[in-house]
Design a protein around this ligand. Sequence first.
Ligand SMILES: Nc1ncnc2c1ncn2[C@@H]1O[C@H](COP(=O)(O)OP(=O)(O)OP(=O)(O)O)[C@@H](O)[C@H]1O
Ligand SMILES: [Mg+2]
Length: 315
Amino acid sequence: MSLKVKNLKISRGTVELVVSGEVHCNRGEKVAVVGESGSGKSLTALSVLRLLPESLKVSGEITVDGRDVLKLKGEELRRFRWEKVAMVFQDPSSSLNPLITVGEQVEEALIFHGFKGTEKELKERVVELFKLAQIPEPEKRINAYPHHLSGGLKQRVAIAMALACSPNYLIADEPTTALDVTVQKRILELLKELSKKKEMGTVLITHDMAVVEEFAERVFVMYSGFTVESGSKEEIFRKPLHPYTEGLIASSPKLTGVAKRRLPAIPGNVPEPSNRPKGCPFHPRCPKVREVCRKEPPPAVKIENRTVRCFFPNY
Ligand SMILES: Nc1ncnc2c1ncn2[C@@H]1O[C@H](COP(=O)(O)OP(=O)(O)OP(=O)(O)O)[C@@H](O)[C@H]1O
Ligand SMILES: [Mg+2]
């Protein structure tokens, strides 16, 4: 039982926004997808839930517990979303309606997905979900409007809502970026606990290597539309194979103990998809660049249990 994305391509007209995306997450596993802004993390996540705008063309393999996600239609697709795979977004305010109490919103989600029970049972289920998301005083909090709650509590409500249908997998796209550091840590703890308790595969999207280190068991590193490296967290941190992964680790402020705003280990920026350089997309920023890197994109190679897309991995 797993969520698998392989050879994912997402394009808009002739521009490839994601060229080769890969994610693999088993039930109960904690996976991180990491990379700088513009690398294609959110598009990859949205493609799993089939939430991409129609203007984007998707191809490749997306399967969830053996089901071909790209073939789902109508009622089947509606049930698949939130019942099989649920999502939590960066900004909890955007997933909550400001005009309705948070309790009612979770009730609506339950009813939409076929909750059959009395009014009282419905309330009880919402309180139970709030407890699961470790919202203090849940009986009281169900009557609050989103603006009454702190950012951390709103994100917990969004998590409670995502759990409403007991999904097998949860994708969380930068769920802690808008929160301060202590709240961030608690939300990550909550996601870890839920992943274990509910045997839920959890895919966390982040740009922060410190978050990856704290949360994940398996890691997928994305750069300019490519998954450039994947492997277990231990292996990736012990010995990053790709120079980009190495740079991400070297410039993580929390890991090096020095606050750094940009990525001093890797100067430059992720290229626009319409302006991707020829050859390896990372070559203009790569400290190890050689002639061949400018000519053709490197294939993905397997090294033991890991995959890397580089002509000269650190191996
Ligand atoms: N609907 C769209 N039409 C055209 N280009 C898009 C569209 N959505 C995203 N893009 C582009 O695709 C690339 C990948 O976007 P994506 O949102 O997946 O990046 P990301 O890794 O999630 O970045 P961030 O860390 O900033 O959230 C970016 O260059 C973005 O500008
Ligand atoms: Mg994003």
